[in-house]
Design a protein. Structure first.
Length: 277
């Protein structure tokens, strides 16, 4: 326990100081994204006039039905998709500048682990690519696996892990480069409800220790309300912000909070904010 506490203390202090050095606040103004029609017709409008502010260290969920532009917005923030018009400012920098400084960590629905690599070597891979010295890589891998509760599984291969454990390896790998902003695209959608609830608690614990800005895409209103400081409701055709719902529930949140009137009132508020669905 003393060893684990020391790792968490070191990791936590590093993350807090890193957050103070870089402003992870995000300001999105009049953002629109259009895609060309494959058949040569009119452009498809994926996002229209998105205006949104995300404060440093906030946990923000993007929720909405299929086709509302949640993933497109996440990819545009990450500089994986270029806007047609409008701007995104991250601490005064463009998404391209932030990406080139390697300040984004991304977790996808599928963790995309390499079967021939152990858990430790999967987490280590981005640091190998970046040329981080071996001693530092080893230290960070240990810290990340301790953080996600997989320290004792470091020598296992992906096929020996459950789906939930594989996703935690993906989270550890994303955090290994010490990004300032964690972008998560429906990371738990393929998991059963019991595993999903356990990972909700794990992610809440990770967020509380690292103080990162997290943007989380989901179809689940309950998931969004449980995890978030605020929920951004997107409606489709074209994708637009219908509402931003502040989630003023106390933290840390246990699963029993889902049985409270306050929680269910917020779920109803988010559900009733959709337009044109």
């Amino acid at each position: 326990m003393l060893r684990a506490a020391k790792i968490n203390e070191d990791f936590g202090s590093n993350m807090i100081s890193d957050t103070n050095e870089f402003n992870t606040g995000i300001i999105i103004e009049n953002l629109s994204v259009q895609f060309p029609d494959k058949n040569g017709g009119e452009h498809v409008e994926a996002l229209r006039n998105i205006n949104l502010e995300i404060k440093p260290g906030e946990f923000v969920s993007l929720v909405g039905p299929s086709g509302c532009g949640k993933t497109t917005l996440l990819r545009t923030i990450a500089d994986l998709q270029q806007p047609t018009s409008g701007t995104i400012s991250i601490g005064g920098l463009t998404p391209r500048e932030v990406r080139l400084q390697q300040k984004f960590g991304i977790v996808f629905q599928n963790p995309v682990l390499y079967e021939w690599r152990t858990v430790r070597r999967n987490v280590c891979m981005p640091m190998e690519i970046m040329g981080i010295p071996k001693k530092e890589r080893t230290k960070r891998v240990t810290q990340m696996l301790e953080l996600v509760g997989l320290y004792n599984f470091g020598k296992k291969h992906p096929h020996e892990l459950s789906g939930g454990m594989q996703q935690r390896v993906g989270i550890a790998r994303a955090l290994a480069l010490r990004p300032k902003i964690l972008l998560m695209d429906e990371p738990f959608s393929a998991l059963d409800e019991f595993t999903k609830e356990k990972l909700h608690l794990d992610l809440q614990n990770i967020w509380s220790k690292t103080k990162k800005t997290i943007i989380f895409v989901t179809h689940s209103i309950q998931e969004a309300v449980f995890l978030s400081d605020k929920v951004v409701v997107l409606s489709p055709h074209p994708g637009r912000v219908s509402a931003v719902v502040e989630i003023n529930l106390p933290r840390p949140r246990g699963l029993n909070i889902k049985d409270t009137m306050e929680f269910n009132s917020l779920v109803s508020k988010v559900r009733n904010s959709f337009e044109g669905v």
